[in-house]
Write a protein that binds this ligand. Structure first.
Ligand code: SAH
Ligand code: SF4
Length: 372
């Protein structure tokens, strides 16, 4: 079969793999063996699946693709946040972030190791403060490319990951089918075996897809990138607000909250002089109360070429104290080393610029925040 027509083996659910094997006249339990090689032993080719016959391995290689993803750059050191830049099989670049154990942000216990995964190459939503949207949208990631970020980082770091956040490059709900398929594989006991409550999807506010997600049976967590409490401010920084304004978004969230047991989280980047006024905090508290949501305040990470900045520490604390005054559960990220902790999309952008927009990258490994 021509390579381009082949289905990626790590994009299939177990029952689909079983059906494919039946076509070769093979029993169902072979699918379980293959899943074990893929997700437990983490082999890189069909040839390594030594409890399958040579003939079956050849049939599988003929039928399915087994894509690979190279790590082209690593930034950060062992006990800090590490960023990984990947080159996909078509040459596109994406990035993921490994966050070491730290106080719970999304409801997990405090000793969880988290990976922030990308779901698209670029992003079509063009939020004014975000590096991922700066160069527009290229394509959706396949389920295998989402899962491979986790497998590759576990392999490189030697760490067992127990928390996944869909907060890397791209808008997960705009790649709904592939993201849901990846989540099923991440969650399945035959797959990566990570509990649904330890998987968080973040969205800039695609109201219809939020409702669709509410109708899915999995109890995953949802974070909403709100970033402003009024349409006036949100329109300035998030073009999607002109399509789904705050009321439309919040009523989709009402629907979601009515269908799920978990609390929603509102992500709120604090941008100096833009969305950090007291009045925004009071209104944000009102929205959070309506949905019994938690608020996660994130001081803005500066992005090269963009003029936005983070407010003073005092302003950040004042904003937090207003929310707390309204009895809203709220956290303020006070991370160390925010140079490297910079939001997703930035490493890719920086790297593309360094190589003059071309993707001829040497494989290199860099340790320490000051390298680039
Ligand atoms: N597209 C989805 C998920 C990816 S963005 C979404 O927007 O929710 C993940 C989070 O990083 C979002 O809350 C986004 O607003 C935030 N973010 C983007 N640029 C940032 C920056 N420069 N500093 C801090 N957070 C940023
Ligand atoms: Fe896209 Fe999210 Fe960045 Fe907005 S914040 S441009 S939706 S990745």
């Amino acid at each position: 079969m021509a390579a381009a027509d082949k289905v990626e083996v790590r994009s299939l659910l177990l029952n689909e793999l079983q059906e494919e094997l039946h076509k070769f006249g093979k029993p169902s339990y072979r699918a379980g063996q293959i899943a074990e090689w893929l997700y437990k032993k983490r082999v890189k080719s069909f040839d390594e699946m030594t409890n399958l016959s040579r003939e079956l391995r050849a049939q599988l290689a003929n039928q399915f693709a087994f894509g690979k993803m190279d790590i082209v750059r690593v930034l950060g050191s062992h006990d800090t946040t590490r960023k990984f830049l990947f080159r996909l099989s078509d040459g596109n670049l994406i990035e993921s972030v490994l966050i070491p154990a730290s106080p719970a942000l999304y409801g997990g216990s405090s000793d969880r190791r988290t990976i922030c995964v990308s779901t698209q190459v670029g992003c079509a939503y063009g939020c004014k403060f975000c590096a991922s949207g700066l160069e527009g949208f290229s394509r959706n990631l396949g389920p295998n490319e989402i899962i491979d970020q986790i497998i590759a980082i576990e392999g490189e770091s030697g760490e067992k990951i127990d928390n996944i956040v869909f907060m890397g490059m791209g808008e997960p709900l705009a790649n709904f089918k592939n993201v849901m398929r990846a989540i099923r594989i991440i969650n399945a006991s035959w797959g990566l075996g990570i509990g649904a409550r330890h998987i968080t999807v973040s969205t800039s506010g695609l109201a219809p897809q939020i409702k669709k997600l509410a109708d899915e049976p999995l109890q995953i967590r949802l974070a909403i990138s709100l970033h402003a409490a009024t349409d006036e401010v949100r329109n300035q920084i998030m073009p999607i607000n002109r399509k789904y304004n705050i009321e439309t978004l919040l009523s989709a969230c009402d629907y979601y909250a009515g269908h799920k047991k978990q609390r929603l989280t509102f992500e709120y980047i604090l941008i100096g002089g833009v969305n950090d006024a007291d009045v925004q905090a009071h209104l944000l508290a009102r929205h959070a109360r309506r949905l019994s949501a938690k608020v996660n305040l994130i001081p803005y990470n500066t992005v090269e070429d963009l003029d936005w900045s983070r407010p003073s520490r005092n302003r950040q604390e004042k904003f937090l104290s207003i929310l707390r005054g309204h009895k809203i559960p709220a956290t303020l990220r006070r991370e160390k080393g925010h140079d490297i902790d910079a939001a997703c999309g930035q490493l890719r952008l920086q790297t593309k610029r360094e190589v003059g927009g071309q993707l001829r990258l040497q494989t290199k490994r860099e340790v320490g925040a000051g390298v680039v």
